[in-house]
Design a protein around this ligand. Structure first.
Ligand code: MG
Length: 264
């Protein structure tokens, strides 16, 4: 495991883009505080791109990429990316074609039925209707926290069905297909920046907070956690390289301000 360093030690001289998770990374108690939203505008004003990498659904991602000051978005833990190109065309790129997503949806419906029957207190995530590829089970967003043992039970059911399963700070997300946040981010970087991210990862920062960010924490040398990532430290094999002093929105704002200060 990497040693965790203080954020002040990060080398930000060549950073061209900030990737960031949304829930509990740029939010605090479910809201984007002004400091975090302002940080996105600051990045834009300083010519640094910003791209959310989230488990949130396609319906939300459509809104976000149109209305927030961001350059693209990876959604549903890597099932797709959306962006608007220089000619104002809305670009949607998926890991699978529609036929496979539909086949997988039928399989996920069976998983969903089993989880809801066997794990009490849980529910389909409220944003499930806006999802295209994955199944999101709510364990503490709109239900009372069901406890970590039951979160593990949910993961076990996903795995018994051969699905991939990732735990965020609010949902357990599961899907069929060999993709995650990192694989779709590599695909996006190739199409948007014409780069092989395996060779250029040091030009990017990633900010996250929870186990579904682990592939990104492991890959990016400049991976940053907001302070609340510590809550998950015993549930993760890969922690970020740097940790902010603050949680959620204020932690994200601190990361962006540190980056901008070091570049000036
Ligand atoms: Mg999160």
């Amino acid at each position: 495991m990497k040693n965790i360093a203080d954020l002040s030690e990060i080398d930000a001289s060549n950073v061209k883009c900030v990737f960031f998770d949304i829930d509990d990374t740029i939010t605090t108690s479910g809201k984007i505080l002004p400091e975090a939203y302002q940080a996105l505008w600051k990045l834009k004003e300083n010519g640094i791109k910003s791209i959310p990498i989230t488990g949130r659904p396609a319906g939300w991602c459509d809104h976000i990429v149109r209305m927030w000051p961001v350059d693209a978005i990876v959604g549903e833990n890597g099932a797709f990316y959306f962006r608007i190109d220089e000619n104002s065309n809305f670009i949607k790129r998926y890991f699978f074609d529609e036929k496979i997503f539909k086949e997988n949806r039928l399989k996920l419906n069976k998983v969903s039925d089993e989880i809801l029957a066997k794990v009490s207190g849980t529910a389909l995530a409220s944003d499930q209707n806006y999802r295209e590829a994955d199944l999101a089970i709510d364990f503490c967003e709109d239900v009372d926290h069901i406890g970590w043992d039951k979160v593990d039970d949910i993961c076990d059911i996903f795995k018994e069905h051969g699905a991939i399963c990732k735990v965020s700070s609010i949902h357990v997300n599961g899907w069929f297909g060999d993709y995650n946040k990192l694989s779709m981010t590599k695909f996006l970087v190739n199409e948007l920046f014409y780069e092989d991210l395996n060779n250029t990862e040091s030009n990017y920062i990633f900010c996250g907070d929870s186990p579904n960010d682990e592939p990104m924490f492991e890959f990016f040398s400049k991976s940053c956690g907001v302070k609340n990532v510590i809550e998950f430290k015993d549930k993760m094999d890969h922690l970020p390289s740097y940790i902010a002093d603050h949680e959620g929105s204020l932690g994200f704002a601190q990361i962006v301000n540190t980056l901008l200060k070091k570049r000036s």
